[in-house]
Design a protein around this ligand. Structure first.
Ligand SMILES: NC(=O)c1ccc[n+]([C@@H]2O[C@H](COP(=O)([O-])OP(=O)(O)OC[C@H]3O[C@@H](n4cnc5c(N)ncnc54)[C@H](O)[C@@H]3O)[C@@H](O)[C@H]2O)c1
Length: 145
């Protein structure tokens, strides 16, 4: 079973973060620049929220706010659901599905070690399934041919 540690080994452990008092427009610029769909919101070394494209889509214009005047803390999602390096891809997928979220910070002893997105998790599950299918095909070929 693929773990978060293996996902991070493949994609890297760099995490793009922002402070809670930064303006939404600056968060959007950083997300566009780094080509990510979410930022982990960190204050004094602690994860206090996640700011995602979905937070922007649903909580700014629709609520009469502007990205220039609104701080990230006003629309970020909090509290944050996180995972550990030992968590499995299936556990991540279950958490994402049940909580309707797409990004999970990876933490251990209050230390931020990475972030996994729904795309990372789907990719790892598909890779795992492909390997299982190949193994089964090899087994069948070996047995019946
Ligand atoms: N081919 C791949 O390996 C792969 C992996 C993930 C996503 N994708 C594609 O990217 C698109 C969007 O993906 P998504 O919905 O999963 O979300 P996303 O756009 O937020 O994630 C894209 C990548 O950026 C990383 N990322 C996101 N936020 C980050 C942050 N704050 N700090 C560091 N890294 C961060 C994710 O872990 C993921 O690897 C989809 O089209 C998906 O298919 C491809």
């Amino acid at each position: 079973m693929m773990t978060v540690k293996e996902i991070l080994d493949a994609k890297g452990d760099k995490v793009w973060t922002i402070g809670p008092d930064a303006k939404v427009i600056d968060a959007l610029k950083l997300m566009a620049d780094k080509r990510v769909g979410a930022l982990v919101v960190v204050e004094k070394g602690c994860v206090v929220g996640v700011f995602s494209e979905r937070d922007y889509a649903r909580k700014v214009v629709l609520e009469g706010k502007t990205s220039k005047d609104t701080p990230v803390k006003d629309i970020m999602t909090s509290p944050v659901y996180g995972v550990r390096r030992e968590s499995t891809a299936e556990e991540c997928m279950a958490l994402m599905t049940n909580k309707h979220i797409r990004h999970l910070p990876v933490c251990e002893n209050d230390k931020l070690l990475g972030v996994v997105s729904i795309g990372d998790v789907v990719k790892s599950i598909m890779t795992e399934q492909k390997i299982t299918i190949e193994n089964l095909q090899n087994y069948i070929m070996g047995k019946y041919v």
